[in-house]
Design a protein around this ligand. Sequence first.
Ligand SMILES: [Zn+2]
Length: 122
Amino acid sequence: MFCPDCRTEYRQGIEQCADCGTHLVAVLEPLPPPQPGQDWVPVRTVSSETEARLIEGYLESEGIPCGLVSRVFHAEPVAFGSLGRVQVHVPAQHRDRAHQLLGKLEAQERQTGSVGDISADC
Ligand SMILES: [Zn+2]
């Protein structure tokens, strides 16, 4: 016999847990599986938040949660026109699908000639 609350095992014939007074059961329900921690990985780095928001909106419309991380590289010369970089992050389990979707999106953009400055280095 088992206590469903504190999961202590008891001899046959005992009906109440000595620790918490809960009625014992013959079989314990399995514990729910541990929640895997969500690892977020970058799928795209873009040069503006506007572009990042576009990608975020696109991925979220496909059911993939997104997070934006701003990265400002102070080493880059300001005269070069760099305002920093925005990384689009997705949960690791959605990475492959996000890459597929972004590949499709960028193929469309190339066809319409409105390709942004999206680097594929990550
Ligand atoms: Zn108990």
